[in-house]
Structure formats: structure tokens, C-alpha cells
Design a protein around this ligand. Structure first.
Ligand code: HSE
Length: 294
């Protein structure tokens, strides 16, 4: 099966908004006599080769939720999503493990149930929902259940990503956030988050400059992502409609309808100005989420 990369938050929609992107990992699970893990691509050297691999942890969570024991499995993973860069690599692993396990063991779980389990394993819902469903997703977690709305983005928009060559662990980026925020900042984000969803669906991309602005997480994470603000400004100056930190970073995502290569180049240059090496990619938005091939 294959699972898309995702970009979460989209600026103001912290822990709520997410988009599926046209970059995919492949996950294959099959029954085996003992646990086997084969990994190609990102993390091939570093990721665990036993049952602690995140795909297998997620598969176990799915089996247990259905009241089954997880049998010994062979995992083959092809990783194209870079790790710990804010592009949903862990969500892709978790969704891959749950959906593949659901198929292999014929657990018969609904997509809603799989999103609940995935969000519990991940700790937040905004990457796992688009990884499973594709498109644009809006999530609310209510006592462990994820209420999710999936929408299709109006045509013509692409996501240019500038991916720094250092990792930012999500746990570190989350612990940088304050316990409380000013009411005015909450209102600032509420307006822009709603504007973001409306603009993505209607195709009124001109408002994305304002709609990607955020006061709830990016300012508190800026010290973890040197060059973030410069890269955002550079993208807007080069013709992006809007730009923001992708998930918890360090990738910066810019939304474009044209001039994608220039936007990518100028973001990479902005990171280079502060001594951070980064690489750019132009990614389509993906209306498909996790897809199973038998
Ligand atoms: N909403 C999450 C965060 C996304 O910003 O911590 C992590 O990719």
C-alpha cells in the first residue's frame, strides 16, 4: 500500500488542519515465521528492525483494538518522506501500519476507527487524517474520538517545500509552546484558520497570504528553525500566495499557482543566508489518501 506525506497546521490551524501531498511511502506487510523489517530510502540505516518499528507498533495497536493478537509480520517499507522534517513521516508509518494490518487480518475497521487509533498513537490528529483520507481535513478530538471533515481543494494549487537538512523532533517543538495564549492571539488564529479552509475550497487563493499567518505556534518555534521567517518572507516575495511552517517544522511550505521553482530557490537561499542547507521540491496536493494494492 502507499501513504501520502502531509503538511499540518497550514499556519493558523494548529492541531486541526492538514493536507495530503503528492509524495508517498510504500508499506507492505505479510505474515512471517518471525518479525522481519526491510527498509529502503529515508531512515534505512537508523530505523529499528524489530517490533518497535512504528509501522509494527501501529499494526499492534490496530490488532489490539480489534481484540486480536498481532502475529509475526514481515515489513517492507520504501520511505520517500524525509524523517522528522514536518512532512508527516511518522503519520505515514502509523497509517500504513494500521491500514495494512486491517487488510491483512481482515479486521473490518472503518476509516473513522482507524483515524481514532492513528491519532492516539501519534498524539495529534492533523497529519494522520489527511494521510488516511487525502485532500484537506479539519479535525477535532473529543474524548479520544476524532471528528473529521474531508474536503477537496480547488484546482491549481501546489505546495513548494523547502526542507532543511536538520531534524526537529515533534516532541521538542510541542514542548516549546506556552500553556496559555492571549485571547487576541486565539481570535487572530480563529479568523485565519477559518479563512484558510474557505479559501482552499473556494479557490480564492489571493487571501492565503493573510490566511497562513499564525500566532499560536510559529513564533514559539522560530528558535528551532533558524531562517523560518526569512524563508516565509522570501516565498511571499517570489510570488507564493501564502507560506508557513509545515507541521512542527523545520520544513517551510509555500502555496503557489505559478513560479514554483523560483519560490523553492528563494526559500533555499533564505535558509542558506543563515547557514542552513535545505532542498526544495514542488509537490502536488493529493486528493487520495492511503491506498491499498492487493
Ligand atoms: N500539529 C502538530 C504540531 C503537527 O504542530 O505539533 C506535527 O507535525
Amino acid at each position: 500500500m502507499r501513504v501520502p506525506a502531509t503538511t499540518a497546521n497550514l499556519g493558523p490551524g494548529y492541531d486541526c488542519l492538514g493536507l495530503a501531498l503528492g509524495l508517498h511511502n510504500e508499506v507492505t506487510l505479510s505474515r512471517a515465521d518471525e518479525v522481519q523489517v526491510a527498509i529502503e530510502g529515508h531512515g534505512a540505516e537508523a530505523l529499528p528492525r524489530d517490533g518497535s518499528h512504528l509501522v509494527l507498533q501501529a499494526a499492534r495497536a490496530a490488532a489490539e483494538a480489534a481484540g486480536e493478537d498481532l502475529p509475526a509480520l514481515a515489513l517492507h517499507q520504501i520511505n520517500r518522506i524525509p524523517l522528522a522534517r514536518g512532512l508527516g513521516s511518522s503519520s505515514a508509518a502509523i497509517v500504513g501500519g494500521i491500514v495494512a494490518c486491517n487488510e491483512l487480518l481482515s479486521l473490518g475497521m472503518s476509516r473513522e476507527r482507524m483515524i481514532d487509533i492513528a491519532a492516539e498513537v501519534e498524539g495529534h490528529p492533523d497529519n494522520v487524517a489527511p494521510a488516511l483520507l487525502g485532500g484537506l481535513t479539519v479535525c477535532c478530538v473529543i474524548e479520544g474520538r476524532v471528528l473529521v471533515e474531508r474536503m477537496t481543494v480547488a484546482p491549481g494549487l501546489s505546495c513548494v517545500v523547502a526542507i532543511p537538512d536538520h531534524e526537529v523532533p515533534t516532541t521538542e517543538a510541542r514542548s516549546a509552546l506556552p500553556e496559555n495564549v492571549p485571547h487576541a492571539d486565539a481570535v487572530f488564529n480563529l479568523c485565519r484558520s477559518s479563512l484558510m479552509v474557505a479559501a482552499l475550497v473556494s479557490g480564492d487563493f489571493e487571501v492565503l497570504d493573510e490566511a497562513t499567518r499564525d500566532r499560536l505556534h510559529q513564533p514559539y518555534r522560530a528558535h528551532l528553525v533558524p531562517g523560518m521567517e526569512d524563508a516565509i518572507d522570501a516565498a511571499l516575495g517570489a510570488g507564493a500566495h501564502g507560506a508557513c511552517l509545515s507541521g512542527s517544522g523545520p520544513t517551510v511550505a509555500a502555496f503557489v499557482t505559478e513560479r514554483g521553482e523560483e519560490v523553492g530557490e528563494t526559500m533555499v537561499n533564505a535558509f542558506a543566508q543563515v547557514g542552513v542547507s535545505a532542498e526544495a521540491a514542488i509537490l502536488a496536493l493529493s486528493s487520495e489518501g492511503a491506498q491499498v494494492f492487493r
